[in-house]
Ligand binder design. Structure first.
Ligand code: AMP
Length: 512
């Protein structure tokens, strides 16, 4: 019985030792090589002070080394924490602080950058995985239980501090077993990993491949920067299972590189992470009728996805939005009405609440935020029965499918990233010389128009360039507002005194 996710890999290594396990750019490792290397590197991590229950961040571009880091950290009975290699020092510092990490893994490419970012007084040891030569490669005995944490992913936090979502092994196993069964993924498949490893969409790719013995091909950062090149990459690598954010479908379609045989190996194309535009999906389905398309839905806090809608045919003309579907096995969804009641009745709009094995433990070291988002099932108080409040507004249609209606708060999806405008606002207001700043998002249907903007009142000598530079030191670049409007006027407010964000949006973006 599999209780820990690294066992997926070791079992596949027994069955398919010589098979390609992970590849990225021109590098590749077989299942046996990766299994043996990670046994030895896990021992090395333990010799550096990593103990059961430790959190171990890794900081590098997507590479075979990042896959090996994940396996090794898990094998050391600890939890992995992927860190974006473009994180500014402040964000990295906040992650190191909340994970209380003693060790962080870098590779040849990232070591110098990491050293420059880490505070001299920090007690953390940097270990370069590329510089490591395996010694004892024999299998490792694990002490972890299935309820122990496998990974922590940091997502944007509205108060300015990223939230570390804690996911135990059992949550991933529950999700992955369902995925492999539902999509009939086998060792004959070739799985792509498009999402960055610090996004939970990557969980699908890593573990469906590790469990089934399929080969995993990582889409490296440079390739991802030039999306049209993905078309030939998918074909050359003979990818059969492709999981991506919908904006990738939009960009590929607009690239005009798609040919009738471009996707000839793909069997399953699964989209998740943001709204799947109906017309884009329709165009893809018309072009590639052999592909099974799925719209999956879920926040990081419930382990990738809790609902799915497999397309049986192209969307009807009257279908305005693609449903996020029905709950996957072992997950249950509810609509919380305005009166606070849970319902599964069609037609009633409200916030989506989720329960099931894959619900996260909450946010690392933040009981307050955890308690606000993970609540006791209001239908009883007999035992601990947590529901995650997604902040997404939904309703159920006449077929019992959930429809996504939007957000109940200021969280946005931009370039595939989940961002709390509040986090940007907190950073903006902490810049010396800023008196008041409000952050807004232009959520235009035309993706090229989408943009984060800010209305700012600041000291006279502050200009956009200075402000942008100050923000770049605090936030990842995708969160830094690209349009900054300075104003010393009183900001528009609603009758109850809150910022009138609609009016502020018009001031920043005009009426676009
Ligand atoms: P993340 O935690 O980065 O996966 O982001 C989760 C959020 O992305 C959800 O709470 C939704 O707001 C949005 N989301 C995820 N999947 C979908 C989908 N299929 N359709 C619409 N929004 C989605």
């Amino acid at each position: 019985m599999i209780t820990l996710v690294q066992q997926y890999f070791s079992e596949s290594a027994q069955k398919y030792p010589q098979k390609l396990a992970i590849s990225c750019e021109s590098q590749a490792v077989t299942f046996r090589e990766a299994d043996e290397f990670s046994n030895s590197f896990a021992r090395h991590l333990q010799s550096l002070g990593v103990t059961r229950g430790s959190f171990v961040p890794f900081f590098m571009k997507k590479s075979v080394a990042s896959g090996l880091s994940i396996l090794s950290i898990l094998k050391a009975d600890s939890a992995y924490v992927p860190v974006d290699v473009n994180s500014p020092a402040q964000r990295l510092g906040s992650i190191l602080k909340s994970t209380q990490a003693k060790v962080i893994i870098a590779n040849n490419d990232s070591e110098a950058k990491l050293k420059a970012l880490i505070d001299d007084t920090s007690q953390v040891t940097i270990v370069n995985i590329d510089a490591f030569s395996p010694t004892d490669t024999s299998p490792i005995d694990y002490s972890n239980l299935s309820i122990d944490i496998a990974y922590v992913l940091f997502t944007s936090g509205s108060t300015g501090i990223p939230k570390g979502v804690m996911i135990p092994h059992k949550a991933i196993i529950d999700y992955i077993d369902w995925c492999v069964e539902t999509y009939e993924i086998t060792a004959n498949d070739v799985v792509a990993n498009h999402a960055p490893l610090y996004f939970d969409n990557s969980t699908f790719d890593l573990y469906t491949a590790f469990k089934s013995g399929a080969s995993l091909h990582l889409v490296h950062d440079e390739l991802n920067a030039v999306i049209p090149r993905l078309v030939s990459w998918l074909k050359q690598r003979e990818i059969s299972v492709f999981f991506c954010v919908p904006s990738v479908l939009t960009m590929l379609l607009k690239s005009r590189r798609l040919k009738p045989d471009s996707m000839q190996h793909i069997k399953h194309l699964i989209c998740a992470g943001e709204v799947l535009p109906r017309d884009i999906l329709d165009a893809w389905m018309e072009m590639y009728p052999h592909i099974q398309f799925t719209n999956m839905y879920g926040p990081t806090e419930i382990t990738v996805d809790c609902s799915y809608h497999m397309m049986k045919s192209r969307p009807e003309a009257e279908c305005l939005s693609i449903p996020i579907g029905k709950a996957r096995k072992n997950m249950e969804l509810f609509v919380r009405t305005e009166e606070g009641k849970l319902t599964q009745a069609p037609g009633v709009p409200g916030e989506l609440l989720v329960r099931g094995t894959s619900v996260a433990y909450g946010y690392l070291g933040d009981t307050q935020k955890t308690e606000a988002a993970f609540i006791q099932n209001p239908n009883h108080s007999l035992y601990h029965d947590p529901l995650y409040c997604t902040g997404d507004l939904v309703k159920i249609d006449e077929n019992g499918d959930y429809l996504f209606l939007g957000r109940a708060d200021d969280q946005i999806k931009f370039l595939g990233y989940r961002i709390e405008l509040g986090e940007i606002e907190a950073s903006l207001n902490s810049v010396d010389g800023v008196v008041e700043g409000v952050v807004v998002f232009n959520d235009s249907e035309d993706e090229s128009q989408r943009e984060i903007g800010a209305l700012v009142s600041a000291d006279n000598d502050m200009d956009s360039q200075m402000l942008t530079q100050a923000l770049q030191e605090k936030l990842p670049s995708y969160m830094v507002p690209s349009r900054i409007v300075f104003s010393s006027q009183e900001y528009p407010r609603t009758p109850n005194g809150k910022y009138n964000r609609k009016a502020i949006k018009s001031l920043v973006f005009g009426n676009s």
